[in-house]
Design a protein around this ligand. Structure first.
Ligand code: PMP
Length: 409
C-alpha cells in the first residue's frame, strides 16, 4: 500500500512534466562557469547559466585558501551544536563582521539560509503573544514553513502591494504584536520590493520588519550590504536575513538585528539550538568571503555590467526576458512545463549549456521559465553563444518569441 501511494504521487509529477531530475555536474575549481557533466573529467565542458554562485566566490582564491588553512588547523567537523562545543572562534569573527555589514548590533549564524528563516520566524512568532504575521504572497518556502510551524495568525498580502498590506495592517488593533516579512529581491521574478514604503507602514502600524536579503547581499549597496543598504533604509529594518550560499559562495544563513533580539533567538529557537554547527573551515571561508566583498567592488560591478549586456542581447534577439526583472536575475519565459524541460535537455545536449527548467510549484503553471544569471566570470562570447542557442531551441520547440516588451510580464 505504501509503495503504491508513493509511486502514484511520483507518476502524477512525471505526467505533468514537473518531476525533477538531478544532473551530476562537477564545477571544476578555477574554471567557473565551465563544468563537467556526469562526474567525468574527460567529458566536454558545459557552460553553467543558472548557478546562485552569483559572483563566483566559491572558487575565489581568498575563500578557498581560508577553507584549506582552517581544515589543516581544525579538521573537518565542528563537533557539536553552538552550545555544546561547536562555537569556534571564527564564529565570533563572522558574526561581528555580518553585524557590522548591516549596521546592526549583532548577528547569528545558522547552518543554512533556509533554517535561519524557518527557525527565527517560528521562534519570534511564538515569543510575542498573539502575534500576527504579514507575509508577501511570493515569499520563499523557508519563510512560509516558519510561519506555518508557529501556527500564528497570518495575513498574506498581494505581491509587493503596499495598499493591500496597509489594508490588512489597518484592520488590526494598534497594540497587537505584528511582523511584516518580505524579500528585497524575489528569486524567480528578479523584482525589488518597495522596501521604504513597507518600513513606513511598519512605523505607522507599530510592526517589526523581517527582510530576506538572500538574493541581494554581496551584490547591491555600499560594500555589498544589500538592497536595504542601497536604498538607505537598512537602519529601519528590524531583522535582516541572509545566506552565505549565494554571492558569498559557501554555505550558511544568518540574521542581523539588535543584540536583544539576537540573544532571544539564540536562546529560544530550537532550529538553532538543537543542530550541529557549521564546520570551522566553512565559517572561516564565509568570513574571508564577506570581508573580501566588503572591500572589493570589482565583482559586483562586473556582474551588473554583464547583466545589462545579457539583457540587451537576449531582448534584441526576441528572447522573452520577463519585464518584472530589475536585477541580475533574468527570467526567460517558456510558459509550458514539458517544453521547458525538453528545451533544457536540448540546450545541454546540443549546445553544452546548462539551464535548469523552473516549473510549478516553484512558479505558477503557465509561467514555466529559465532563470538565467550571468556572473563576472562569463565572457561576451558565452553571452552570444547562449543567445544563439536559445533562439535555436525556441524555433525547434515552437516557443513564442517576444513580439513586444508588453508581451512579457
Ligand atoms: N530565502 C530565499 C529567498 C531563497 O531563495 C533561498 C534559497 N534559494 C533561501 C532563503 C534559503 O537559503 P539557503 O539556500 O542558504 O538555504
Amino acid at each position: 500500500m505504501y509503495a503504491e501511494i508513493l509511486s502514484d504521487k511520483l507518476n502524477s509529477l512525471k505526467e505533468s512534466g514537473q518531476y525533477r531530475e538531478f544532473v551530476t555536474i562537477n564545477r571544476i575549481c578555477g574554471q567557473y562557469p565551465l563544468a563537467k557533466l556526469n562526474g567525468k573529467e574527460d567529458e566536454q565542458s558545459v557552460v553553467v547559466w543558472c548557478s546562485n554562485d552569483y559572483l563566483g566566490m566559491s572558487q575565489h582564491p581568498v575563500v578557498t585558501a581560508a577553507m584549506h588553512d582552517a581544515i589543516r588547523l581544525y579538521g573537518a567537523g565542528s563537533g557539536g551544536s553552538r552550545n555544546i562545543g561547536g562555537t569556534h572562534y571564527h564564529y565570533t569573527l563572522l558574526e561581528s563582521s555580518l553585524a557590522d555589514w548591516h549596521g546592526k548590533e549583532a548577528a547569528l549564524v545558522f547552518p543554512t539560509g533556509y533554517s535561519s528563516n524557518d527557525a527565527t520566524l517560528q521562534c519570534l512568532l511564538r515569543l510575542f503573544p498573539n502575534c500576527i504575521v504579514f507575509s508577501d504572497e511570493l515569499n520563499h518556502a523557508s519563510i512560509i514553513n516558519g510561519i506555518r510551524s508557529a501556527k500564528a495568525d497570518r495575513a498574506i498580502f498581494r505581491h509587493n502591494d503596499v495598499d493591500h498590506l496597509e489594508e490588512l495592517l489597518a484592520s488590526q488593533p494598534r497594540n497587537r504584536a505584528k511582523i511584516i516579512v518580505f524579500e528585497s529581491i524575489y528569486s524567480m521574478d528578479g523584482d525589488i520590493a518597495p522596501i521604504e514604503k513597507i518600513t513606513n507602514l511598519a512605523s505607522k502600524y507599530n510592526a517589526l520588519t523581517f527582510l530576506d536579503e538572500v538574493h541581494a547581499i554581496g551584490m547591491y549597496g555600499p560594500r555589498g550590504a544589500g538592497m536595504a543598504a542601497e536604498l538607505g533604509v537598512a537602519d529601519r529594518i528590524d531583522i535582516i536575513q541572509g545566506t552565505m550560499a549565494k554571492a558569498i559562495g559557501v554555505i550558511g544563513g544568518y540574521i542581523a538585528s539588535s543584540a536583544l533580539l539576537i540573544d532571544a533567538v539564540r536562546s529560544f529557537a530550537s532550529g538553532f539550538i538543537f543542530t550541529t554547527s557549521l564546520p570551522p573551515a566553512v565559517v572561516a571561508a564565509c568570513y574571508a568571503s564577506v570581508e573580501y566583498l566588503k572591500s572589493s567592488d570589482k565583482e559586483r560591478k562586473e556582474l551588473h555590467r554583464k547583466t545589462i549586456m545579457l539583457r540587451e542581447t537576449l531582448t534584441q534577439a526576441g528572447i522573452p526576458v520577463m519585464q518584472s526583472s530589475e536585477t541580475h536575475i533574468l527570467p526567460v519565459l517558456i510558459g509550458d512545463a514539458k517544453k521547458c524541460k525538453a528545451a533544457a535537455q536540448r540546450l545541454l545536449e546540443k549546445h553544452k549549456i546548462y539551464l535548469q527548467p523552473i516549473n510549478s510549484p516553484t512558479v505558477p503553471i503557465g509561467t514555466e521559465r529559465f532563470r538565467v544569471n550571468v556572473t563576472p566570470n562569463h565572457t561576451e562570447e558565452q553571452i552570444l553563444q547562449l543567445t544563439d542557442a536559445l533562439k535555436e531551441v525556441f524555433h525547434y520547440f515552437d516557443i513564442p518569441f517576444a513580439q513586444s516588451a508588453a508581451d512579457v510580464y
